[in-house]
Design a protein around this ligand. Structure first.
Ligand SMILES: [Zn+2]
Length: 709
């Protein structure tokens, strides 16, 4: 590849000057191809190409930022923190990925392009993850079943990238070391520095990372590597007497951290989910473990142990490894931090990157980021079969809640609670079955169960709840997760139940509280042992009801509160001992009387209208049907005969106030065969108006009445 070497040499001569003539055909989606110097392997346009330089990689991110400006922000972290310029003249670009319109205090995760410049799979795969993520969340051309979940991640996480932790090494060679010849994964302040370095945080890149971490509350993170096939986690040399045995695989690992169980179980699930897409082998108990156990040489001052353990105020057992007396404490540590070794070949060939659908390192990096972004905080994922909020159901119909529990390793408990109080979290009246089959275990019951090669076999919970009483109901799904991880390894070394991980403390300790006044203002984490779905509000409609009329001998004044198409004749026929049905015509201010069993003066029975009926004996009448939900009555000046069909009672005064210009509301007492009149706006003779009651009203204006009252 002599021509390629020449081109890269040109880049090195030009330093960080923006390079417009790229060495390869390297145009990602939507970016103008700027040149084609070499006759290169003709990958498809949608291939996960390799950028020719750090500046080109940054320009790709900036193009995405332009296209998705409400979701992506590319910024110079070295400027933000005033840490200077990276040796070689580079800025330290970070990328923030989140729905900015929803604010900036969501759970944060951080992924670093490789600190070793020649280990390229992760650095390049991160860009293609973001390109894939945006297209699969928003672009109509990439509609897919995961779209709602991807959008949820954008709305509920802040994902940070450092484009490359070693721009100089990425551009020159590429090479492992930075422009000073330093190893940027040996200068962190935990059992460091190693060699060669400029001392703890000797580089601008390192000092910027340190500032960034301590000004955020990162829950999950990684620094990508290559040259091997591993998922590494702390520790390297420290804590030599401590070993941990995996509850999943039975393998034992030396130099184990207090959160060994969480690192192990999460790591095994993550490795299985990533699969073996570029032929470098599976990630399993043989290559997922502590740095000391898996790697074959000493690592001093690695980023991973620092990011996990260097908060010595919270974790005094680390004080012996941290030079906080010189460099200050590290309140941002406490991160679930892995160092993935992606590939045996450090600088991976472009044909191993793959694309959206072709297996390769690109797809593996995508899976890594998705899994480690999801785990940052537990949540209930309501599935589409769930009854949508603000649905109206008929009494006797089911309300369905169907869900997964994500962001966790094991589901100890999950259930639905509900009631008529709009706050079903605080004031539930009812609980469903508690699904607790995995309580106290290390894994199981989650949406990520049996994760393997990009797929999962999620545990899906379903509750069908039948409500027979009409009313307004409020449902919420809740879950308690990961409680076994409260118990940590080696209490004699680390302290009893002394997790270092903020994402574990947040979920196992309800009184955990942490605040950092950081880059985006005050970041607060308040522990909670239960996690809740959004509230689902459901209106239960009564459906078919039976209304009871206790009719009296003589005149009765009623309204039909049901959707039944009666006429005066058919209503009279339906009521034994009813001989007359009479209505009042507001236009003529006269009564019309129909004598039952005669053909004369029949009329239709209308909604919201009152009728006089005459009975020869006391009689119970029990009509059934759908309740009336809406109706409209033309109210005319003078007397009108109306009716109250609603289930909820009102008063004469309230009704009068709700029909424009009404001065009088009058009821008829069938027991006494007398009228009672209430003058609107006075305190006298106000009476209750029950469903089924007919009423005279007197108004001074015409209007349309639609049941207000
Ligand atoms: Zn490395």
């Amino acid at each position: 590849m002599g021509l390629l070497v020449t081109a890269l040499f040109m880049v090195s001569l030009l330093g960080n000057t923006f390079f417009t003539a790229s060495a390869q055909k390297l145009s990602p989606h939507g970016i103008q191809d700027t040149g084609d110097i070499l006759g290169n392997p003709s990958f498809d346009d949608d291939w996960y190409n390799k950028p020719s330089s750090y500046s080109q990689l940054v320009s790709w991110y900036q193009a995405l930022e332009t296209n998705y400006s409400n979701y992506i922000k590319v910024f110079k972290a070295n400027d933000l923190y005033g840490t200077g310029v990276i040796t070689g003249g580079y800025d330290d670009y970070y990328v923030r990925i989140t729905n900015e319109s929803l604010g900036l205090h969501k759970p944060e995760v951080l992924f670093l392009g490789s600190p070793h410049g020649d280990e390229t799979a992760g650095t390049i795969g991160m860009y293609w993850f973001l390109d894939w993520f945006m297209r699969h969340t928003f672009d109509p051309g990439y509609d897919n079943p995961q779209r709602d979940w991807l959008e949820w991640l954008l709305n509920n996480r802040e994902i940070y990238f450092e484009v490359s932790h070693n721009p100089y090494g990425f551009d020159h060679g590429p090479q492992r070391y930075d422009g000073n010849g330093w190893d940027l994964n040996r200068e962190a302040d935990h059992d460091g520095p190693g060699s060669p370095t400029g001392g703890i945080w000797g580089s601008v890149n390192g000092e910027t990372l340190r500032r960034f971490v301590d000004n955020h509350t990162i829950r999950s993170g990684c620094d990508f590597h290559g040259g091997a096939r591993m998922l590494l986690y702390p520790w390297a040399e420290p804590h030599s007497g401590i070993s941990g045995t995996s509850p999943i695989s039975g393998e034992t690992y030396g130099h184990a951290p207090p959160d060994f169980y969480f690192f192990d179980v999460n790591g095994l699930r993550l490795g299985s989910y990533m699969g073996n897409l570029a032929g470098d082998g599976y990630l399993d108990e043989d290559n997922i473990g502590t740095i000391w156990e898996i790697i074959w040489y000493a690592v001093y001052g690695g980023i991973s142990p620092w990011a996990y353990g260097a908060d010595v105020i919270r974790n005094p057992a680390e004080d012996q490894y941290v030079q906080d007396e010189t460099f200050g404490n590290y309140p941002g540590a406490g991160i679930l931090w892995y160092s993935p070794e992606m590939s045996y070949t450090k600088n991976v060939p472009e044909y191993d990157m793959g694309n959206d659908t072709t297996p390769g390192y690109g797809m593996e990096v995508r899976r890594f980021i998705l899994h480690q972004t999801d785990i940052a905080q537990p949540y209930i994922w309501l599935l589409p079969e769930t009854t949508p909020t603000d649905t109206v159901v008929t009494a006797g119909e089911d309300v369905t809640l169907k869900w997964q529990v994500n962001g966790c390793l094991v589901v100890d408990h999950t259930l639905v609670q509900w009631g008529t109080d709009p706050d079903p979290v605080g004031n539930p009246a009812h609980n469903s079955t508690d699904y607790d089959a995995y309580a106290g275990m290390y894994a199981g019951g989650t949406g990520w169960d049996n994760a393997s090669d990009g797929t999962t076999s999620p545990v899906i919970y379903t509750e069908n709840i039948t409500l027979t009483e009409p009313g307004e109901y409020y449902f919420v799904v809740k879950a308690q997760v990961d409680q076994i991880y409260k118990e940590t390894l080696a209490p004699s070394e680390y302290g009893t139940n002394h997790s270092y991980l903020r994402l574990v403390k947040e979920r196992v300790n309800g009184s955990y509280y942490e605040e950092i006044n950081g880059t985006d203002g005050l970041e607060v984490i308040q522990g909670q042992t239960w996690w809740y779905s959004p509230v689902i509000h459901v209106t239960v409609d009564p459906g078919i009801i039976t209304h009871e009329f206790s009719l009296k001998k003589g005149w009765n004044l009623i309204t039909l509160p049901l959707e039944i198409g009666f006429t005066a004749e058919s209503l009279g026929q339906a009521i034994p001992n009813c001989t007359v049905v009479t209505h009042f015509d507001a236009v003529t201010q006269n009564f019309t009387t129909h004598v039952v069993n005669t053909p004369h003066d029949n009329f239709g029975i209308e909604k919201g209208i009152g009728y006089f009926i005459y009975l020869t004996e006391n009689q119970t009448f029990l009509p059934s049907g759908s309740p009336i939900h809406s109706f409209s009555v033309d109210i005319l000046e003078g007397w009108n005969l109306v009716g109250w069909p609603h289930a909820d009672a009102t008063t004469a005064e309230s009704l009068g106030q709700n029909i424009t210009g009404t001065t009088v509301v009058t009821m008829f007492d069938a027991e006494k065969q007398t009228f009672t009149t209430h003058v609107v706006g006075t305190p006298h003779d106000n009476f209750t108006v029950e469903r089924g009651t007919g009423l005279f009203i007197f108004t001074t204006e015409s209007s349309v009445w639609q049941g207000e009252g």
